[in-house]
Each structure stands twice: as C-alpha cells, then as structure tokens.
Ligand binder design. Sequence first.
Ligand SMILES: O=P(O)(O)OC[C@H]1O[C@@H](O)[C@H](O)[C@@H](O)[C@@H]1O
Length: 321
Amino acid sequence: MVDRPNKPTALATTPGLPPQPQVNFSPDNARVSASLPTGESVEVLLYGATVISWKDRAGGEKLWLSDAAKLDGSKAVRGGIPLVFPVFGTAPDHAATSKLPQHGFARNSRWEFLGKSTSESSPSAGPSDASVKLDFGLSSATLDPQAKTLWPYGFNLIYSVTLTQEGLGTSIVITNDGTEAFEAQVLLHTYLRIKDITKIEVTGLENSEYLDKVDAAQAKTQSGAVTITGETDRVYTPAAGPSEPVVVRESGGGEEIFSVVRDSLKDVVVWNPWTDKAAGIGDFEPKDGYKNMICIEAGSVRGWQKLEPGEAFEGGQTISY
Ligand SMILES: O=P(O)(O)OC[C@H]1O[C@@H](O)[C@H](O)[C@@H](O)[C@@H]1O
C-alpha cells in the first residue's frame, strides 16, 4: 500500500521516546521530504525521483541546484541528483536505446512513492541511530505510453534514498520483469555543492583509465588527483574498484569535503561545464554557478548491463561529508 503521510509521522511525539524521523508530502503531492531529529533533511521530487535538496544538521545545503531548474515536471531537473536510465547520453549505435532522449526517460518520468522505513531512536542511544529510507518505483506498467513505445521492455525500478547523520545513500534495483532480455546503463548524476571549484581536487581516481569527452572521447590515464581548470567531462573506470571512495577535498591533499563510496557501480563521471558550456545551458543559473558545483556521477555506463527475463541488477552510492 502506498504510504502517503500528509502530516509528520506519529512517532515524533511518542512519550518516553526521543524525537523520531519525520516524513512529509508537499500539499500538491509533488515532493516528499524527510528529516532526522538531529536536523538533517532530504527532499525528493516525484518527477524523476530527483533528490533536489540534502541538508546537514545546520541546514547547510550539500547539493547544487540551478536557480533556473524546472521543478514543475516540464524538464529534467538541473541539479540535485537526476537519475539516468536506461541510456547515458545518447547511443545512436545501440539500436534498442537509439530513439531515447539524452540520458533516457527515468529523469523525465513521474515516479510513485512506495513508502518509507525508519530506524527509530532508542531511549538508550537517543537520536544518534535514527535514519530514514524513502522508496520510489517506476515500471513499464506506470511508464508514460510515449516513452514505452521508445523502449518497449518489461522492467521494474526501485530507487531508495536513505538519510542518516553520516550521509546520504541512493541505490537502485533494476529488474527485468518482461519476456525479452534488455541492455541498460544507469547513472546517479549527482551535483555536489562546493565553495570554489578552483580550490578542490578529486582523489581516488589516480591511475584510472578514462574517456575524455571534451577531447574526442580519447582514452587516457589519470595521473595524480583531478583538478578542474576548464570544461571537464570524463568517464572514469576507477582502477581501485567501487568500494574505494572517490573524494572531493580541499586542494593539495587537504580536508575531505565529500566521500562517495559505490556499490556495484564501476564507473564515475566527473563533469563541470565551466564558463562557455554553462552559458549555453538555458536552465543553468547563475551562469557562474559552475564555480560552486562538481558532478561526481556513480554509474554503469561503459558498455551495457544485460538483464535476461527475471534477472535483477542492484547498484548505489553512499555520500558522506
Ligand atoms: O544537460 P544534460 O542532459 O543534463 O547533461 C549534462 C551532462 O551530463 C554528464 O553526465 C555528461 O557526461 C555530459 O556530457 C552532459 O553534458
């Protein structure tokens, strides 16, 4: 049954228990938000199941969202965490996905809220162990008919967004519940908010092979930390493997700002549009906003994940700070 609370969940005030996580729907049912008793919060738009806000306990926003982002379901959201499925970019040579728009249909589809699960504060541990998980679903049964004609496979997606005091987890289970095999790519297109792009570096990608999309998709090898000094659009397959964190940190091996640990997602896209590209993206505002964001996108986008009928693939990321 779809759990759609319009008011804070009841346990928030149960006598004898410390305050509990809360889950709320916006009055128009377009978004769901959750918060922990310690103050951390997350907000997800049902359109695209796009995480549009993630705040720490002091109310500090961790994600970059364009001032011109459309949040009314007319366009994929510019910022937050749009979900890319079943194709990364466009794939003119891959017949099954060649008709789909850039980055597929998941970020342009209205998802269903499937429910929440909370790990509640205990009287002994206080609020420190509280967490909340929100689940969203999209399937061939609920997909818009037009998208269905472009990609006519039987599928089921369950996307989970988990808020803890340590960070944010987003994970997806892709199931082939049709009668024909399909091939898909998936990517968590995360726009991380930073103070100054010229004062950060990304570690964890040393010695990794990458495709440089701003240099004719040439294959290159990363030497040292990644610094951003111009338009950057790279698809890394980290040599260290998914469980080794990719870290955004202060330049020169300084303090960690974000750490991204992946689960079964072998690739990482690093994207920053810099000046000219940002100027040409209509919904990218302010135009110098590229200084305050870096996309670290965990995914499986080089090659294809093939799923036979009945098979499932699960992948995700945990971002901590
Ligand atoms: O403008 P979009 O469709 O949201 O894509 C933004 C960027 O997304 C990145 O994942 C791609 O590597 C870039 O090539 C692309 O420009």
